[in-house]
Design a protein around this ligand. Structure first.
Ligand code: NAD
Length: 357
């Protein structure tokens, strides 16, 4: 049966990088006779401009009917003044929660060719291969009650709720243990159990699950220490599992270890393996429309999509090898450029990956 992929370019550099990823996907779809079919929709600011909402019912229906979704990024200054309820990011949060995409996989791999592009010393980061498993549909980003209220004394107060139910912790924990089994067999669970009760429960559930995975070593770390360890000695980690907010922050820090956030793909999966694939970075309005954005994170997201949702691992490997080949050729977008390399545009990078396939 053929597979359907929904394409959501989004805002800012989104359309530019998704165009390159689609070029690569089209090439491999044709050469490998993969039979992937496509649908197209809008998300974020682009959807607000057309439908008045960041995620329309039509796009949500297309998403539900797809095996996988390829997303660029959403948001930008044009929509920053809108009411929080209809801002572009709400569309992203809604599609994640409607489709129950609770497991966000963010690999941070340093390509040896880019060791010099990292701000950390090459010996600290070379060979780095971490997988951050971030819970994506719960925690403080979704907890109720939330809002800004006026107190009796007239002062305004902002408030949010950090909440996790046992089943939410358990399913993301299982995901991390299963992933670790296929890698270095180590899980580090990151929490703030010295201060937050919600994460005391998190730690308890991780300990309980650990008994079912005796071949995987479980450790615990407070999030402040984890942030420090990520820049001090990142290679100590294999799989890091954590809640929504801590995962958001730590994965961006991990991104920089690899030279540029423009290199990092991500997958957000439901319990059946259907998923949304997007680069870890945002819509980069500061460079949108200039043709200089790095499309490799989005291209590598396509590889993750082929592997995790479409069951086409061979095609995934071909794309990853092609990316490695263009880096070997010395091709670099501005964000990963170092002296002596050849600076290329967004579309030149996409063309080079297609040629290397
Ligand atoms: P950002 O990730 O868009 O940009 C941070 C920095 O990284 C910028 O200097 C940008 O130019 C650079 N950068 C990002 N991607 C790049 C790429 N592919 N190639 C080269 N350089 C790249 O984060 P931000 O500036 O905090 O946010 C900008 C907008 O994106 C905001 O509206 C924010 O809400 C939104 N955002 C969206 C997502 C998402 O769609 N998943 C994630 C984060 C931020």
């Amino acid at each position: 049966m053929s597979k359907t992929v929904l394409i959501l370019p989004g805002d800012g550099i989104g359309p530019e990088i998704v165009a390159e990823a689609k070029k690569v996907l089209d090439a491999i779809n044709t050469s490998g006779s993969l039979g992937i079919e496509f649908s197209h929709g809008k998300l974020g600011g682009a959807s607000i401009d057309e439908y008045g909402v960041p995620l329309s019912d039509e796009t949500l229906a297309l998403a539900r009917a797809s095996d996988a979704i390829l997303l660029g990024a959403v948001g930008g200054p044009k929509w920053d003044q809108l009411d929080a309820a209809i801002r572009p990011e709400k569309g992203l949060l809604k599609i994640r929660s409607e489709l129950e995409l609770f497991a966000n996989l963010r690999p941070a791999i340093l390509y040896p060719q880019l060791a010099e592009a990292s701000t950390l010393k090459p010996e600290v980061v070379s060979g780095l291969d971490i997988l951050i498993v971030r819970e994506l549909t719960g925690g403080i980003y979704f907890g109720q009650p939330r809002g800004i209220r006026t107190l009796e004394n007239g002062e305004r107060q902002g408030y949010n709720t950090y909440v996790y139910a046992e089943h939410e912790i358990e399913r993301i924990g299982r995901n991390a243990f299963e992933m670790a089994r296929k890698r270095g067999k180590k899980v580090c669970s990151v929490d703030k159990a010295n201060v937050l009760e919600a994460t005391v429960l998190w730690r308890e559930v991780m300990d309980r699950l650990s008994a079912e995975y005796p071949d995987v070593e479980l450790s615990h770390m407070y999030v402040d220490n984890a942030a420090m360890q990520l820049v001090r000695a990142p290679k100590q980690f294999d799989v890091i599992v954590t809640g929504n907010m801590f995962g958001d922050i730590l994965s961006d820090a991990a991104a920089m270890l690899t030279g540029s956030i423009g290199m990092l793909p991500s997958a957000s999966l439901d319990k059946n393996g259907c998923g949304m694939y997007e680069p870890c970075h945002g819509s980069a309005p500061d460079i949108a429309g200039q043709g200089i954005a790095n499309p490799l994170a989005t291209i590598l997201s396509v590889a993750m999509m082929l592997r995790y949702s479409l069951d086409m691992s061979e095609a995934a490997e071909q794309i990853e090898e092609a990316v490695s080949k263009v880096l070997d050729q010395g091709l670099r977008t501005a964000d990963i450029y170092t002296d002596g390399m050849k600076k290329v545009s967004t579309s030149e990078m996409g063309d080079a990956v297609v040629a290397a396939l």
